[in-house]
Design a protein around this ligand. Structure first.
Ligand code: GUN
Ligand code: ZN
Length: 430
């Protein structure tokens, strides 16, 4: 017996194109009284409620009233093992890693810790409407097993990988070039392509990998080019100076990856704030992705990502929480921070651009833009339903709105998990 399709009613928002590159009126598709037909885990149709209701009298109807149905949020750079140390006070990047992050990541030597934090992380992500993410794990293979096991149980499309470090980290968090290669390869063979899971080869960042380890990671990626590769790039000035000392032969920070085959399509570079012209050129030419982490960049004191400049150059850009460096699990809060960072650089990002970044932008950065991150027929049915009047402060502002964008913007700026009315993953209500 085929399953009855689901028909969700509400406002709908999807994108026909990138609102940074085409005018918002062409790029964004908003339907005031819309409907989404879900069949076999996918979005079969998006359209007017009246029309789809008549065409599909057999469907199970869920009427969300004035709530907004969109693609679920996609967080393109997160550290699930840092869930419990989010909002740790008073340090900038290198000290923050040494004082808070590394001691917490050492705890993941215990698979029970990894399982517990992974469960807690996925609960928080889904409560915030995040249906896909690309996560760092720890150096421990069991931390990767815990992440993928939890994601698979929840039917989610996610990417992640073992974080590799063979220097400048505590002994308990160091692998070697060879063990990083062997363990990453074994994990990749175990998980990549299983259900909705994607493996991301994960050297943490150049300061914690020797050239030999970066070379091994590059070799592994060239043997498995359909995997992703994720790392950090040019987040903080002292970090960049340190990279210069550690790699005196490199032309710049990006070159410490480039010379080992770690740039290109499927490479995700978190932060990418303080870039030289050569780095920007190579990122663009190679088809690498940049990931903007605005709550982290302000919280850790890293700097102001040049969204307008990089997008107008044609770079592939995603948006991310970077928790626990970031200060929130919410992609709504992250959009708000992206707006604020834009303002500090003199560019007011349109709500359509913010929303696109948090969904399709991140999905494209992860090479999954044809599967997730948009409300359109043929996409996988990972959806979020937003209450656009979720708190008294938001509701009173929303009542004064004169357009759809004006009614959405207060939720982008002031919304949190209370705005998440419902989440669907793979065509199932969570
Ligand atoms: N650079 C290297 N590791 C990390 C990390 O865990 N968080 C952030 N924000 N930057 C990093
Ligand atoms: Zn990070």
């Amino acid at each position: 017996m085929p399953m009855k399709p689901d028909l969700l009613l509400g406002q709908t928002l999807g994108f026909a194109s990138d609102p940074f590159l085409t005018p918002v009126v062409e790029a964004a598709k908003h339907v005031r009284r819309g409907a989404v037909l879900i069949e076999n885990g996918k979005v079969a149709e998006v359209g007017e409620a009246d029309i789809l209701r008549k065409a599909h009298p057999e469907a199970n109807i869920t009427d969300y009233g004035d709530a907004l149905i969109t693609a679920g949020f996609v967080d393109a750079h997160v550290h699930y093992p840092q869930t419990a140390i989010i909002a740790s006070w008073g340090k900038q990047l290198i000290d923050w890693l040494n004082m808070y992050t590394f001691p917490e990541e050492i705890r993941f030597a215990d698979p029970a810790v990894a399982a517990e934090i992974s469960e807690s992380y996925f609960d928080l992500a889904l409560a915030n409407g995040t249906t896909s993410m690309c996560s760092f794990c720890t150096i421990h293979p069991a931390s990767v097993d815990a992440f993928f096991t939890e994601a698979q149980a929840r039917g989610m499309r996610v990417a992640g990988g073992k974080t590799c470090m063979d220097r400048n980290a505590p002994e308990a968090l160091r692998d070697t070039a060879k063990s990083a290669y062997d363990d990453s390869r074994a994990l990749l063979e175990k998980w990549h392509g299983v259900a909705r899971l994607t493996y991301a080869i994960t050297p943490r960042f150049s300061p914690t990998s020797t050239p030999a380890q970066l070379e091994a990671m590059g070799a592994l990626w060239s043997e498995h080019p359909d995997c992703l590769m994720q790392t950090h790039l040019s987040e903080q000035i002292p970090e960049i100076e340190w990279v210069r000392e550690l790699f005196p032969e490199a032309r710049d920070y990006l070159d410490t990856y480039e010379r080992y085959g770690l740039i290109g399509k499927g490479a995700l570079f978190g932060h990418a704030i303080h870039l030289t012209d050569r780095e920007k050129d190579r990122l663009l030419e190679s088809g690498s992705s940049l990931v903007h982490c605005p709550t982290s960049n302000t919280f850790i004191g890293s700097g102001l990502f040049d969204m307008e400049g990089l997008k107008s150059d044609g770079q592939i850009v995603g948006l991310a929480t970077d928790t626990g460096g970031g200060s929130s699990f919410s992609m709504l809060r992250t959009m708000a921070a992206a707006y604020e960072v834009g303002q500090l650089r003199g560019a007011a990002l349109h709500p359509a651009q913010l929303y696109w970044l948090a969904t399709q932008g991140s999905a494209q950065a992860m090479g999954m833009g044809d599967k997730i991150g948009n409300l359109a027929s043929g996409m996988e049915a990972d959806l979020v339903v937003l209450d656009l009047a979720s708190t008294p402060a938001i509701a009173q502002r929303e009542r004064r709105a004169n357009s759809f964008w004006e009614s959405l913007f207060p939720t982008i700026m002031m919304g949190d998990d209370r705005a998440i009315r419902e989440v669907w993953v793979g065509g199932q209500k969570v």
